[in-house]
Design a protein around this ligand. Structure first.
Ligand code: NCD
Length: 308
């Protein structure tokens, strides 16, 4: 097993499949009255969050607790980070406290990679800047596999603000490893030139959402990340929604079996309408539930649940 999970590219097909299979076992714990396993008793997991987050932080916390680990939640607000402490000094503090795993979210792309050089424990990237978010890609792959029965040969459209999306990047890497085909869809200003080929050969780009819908098994809508952009990327929110938002009529162009995903948080009415988000094709709530099982699997495997 690998020591850190920093990128979707850290996982080969065998390891990624092991994570998904382990997550399926972990999911059975969620259905029990006592939702706890002793696997990580006595181990310490630190959640180090330098960026706002609701579901990802809670999901990692729930995952670590279900495995009986001791969990320390460290948020940059109200800590010495607010007093200017560097990432390195924070890392050394965590190290001194005996962290076995550090789950980190940071606005700077690459921060988890730096952290991995400074601590002895495992580092899990919970989202770094516009770079990567590998556990989101794993939970998305898990959700596709459980709804559609396979990943190999699936056609997945990832739609919207690809430029600022760490979710898109990690998904392209992982899905191509697992044999799915990805088409990136959005306005040209939000799909970096050459990104598709640079991330994974075989990834396509299309600027016309209506053209790809009849041909996909999965459509993954991305949040328009207004906090990371000025307003020059598209003419207006209304114009964006008209061209690239998923609404009821567009959803009905999908094949009957196709599913609709979104990592959350959603801008309802912008990239997705409530009719679509709340429809039976939507897996948005399942994705959140699956996130806990997948993160349990990641922590369990990284911390040597089966070989230490
Ligand atoms: C994503 C993130 O923070 O990268 N959300 C998440 O982790 N559930 C996507 C987003 O913020 O749009």
């Amino acid at each position: 097993m690998i020591r850190h999970l920093l990128s979707g590219a850290d996982l080969d097909a065998g390891t990624a499949t092991l994570v998904l299979d382990t997550a399926a076992e972990m999911a059975t714990v969620a259905g029990r009255e006592v939702k706890k396993l002793p696997a990580l008793r006595g181990r310490t997991v630190v959640n180090l969050f330098y960026e706002d987050s609701t579901r990802t932080r809670i999901s990692f916390e729930a995952a670590a607790k279900r495995l009986s680990a001791d969990v320390i939640n460290f948020s940059a607000k109200g800590s010495s980070v607010a007093k200017g402490e560097s990432l390195k000094d924070t890392a050394l503090t965590l190290q001194a406290m005996g962290a076995d795993a550090v789950v980190v979210r940071h606005p700077a792309s690459g921060a988890p990679h730096r952290l991995a050089e400074w601590v002895d424990g495992s580092v899990v990237n919970a989202g770094d800047g516009t770079h990567e978010h590998p556990t989101q890609a794993l939970l998305d792959a898990y959700t596709m596999r459980s709804r559609l029965g396979r990943l190999d040969g699936l056609h997945v459209a990832i739609v919207g603000d690809v430029l600022h999306s760490r979710v898109a990047r990690s998904n392209v890497l992982l899905l191509s490893t697992l044999g799915a085909k990805v088409t990136l869809v959005g306005p040209p200003t939000l799909i970096p030139v050459d990104i598709a080929a640079a991330l994974a050969p075989g990834t396509d780009v299309c600027y016309d959402l209506d053209a790809v819908l009849p041909d996909v098994d999965v459509v993954m809508m991305l949040r328009v990340q207004r906090e990371r952009m000025g307003d020059s990327y598209f003419p207006s929110a209304r114009e964006y929604a008209r061209r690239y938002g998923l609404d009821g009529p567009r959803m009905r162009r999908l094949p009957g079996h196709a599913i609709v995903m979104h990592p959350g948080p959603m801008n309802r009415g912008m990239e997705i309408t409530p009719e679509v988000a709340d429809s039976p094709r939507s897996t948005i709530v399942e994705q959140v539930a699956n996130g806990v099982s997948v993160r349990m699997a990641v922590l369990y495997l990284l911390l040597g649940g089966n070989n230490r």
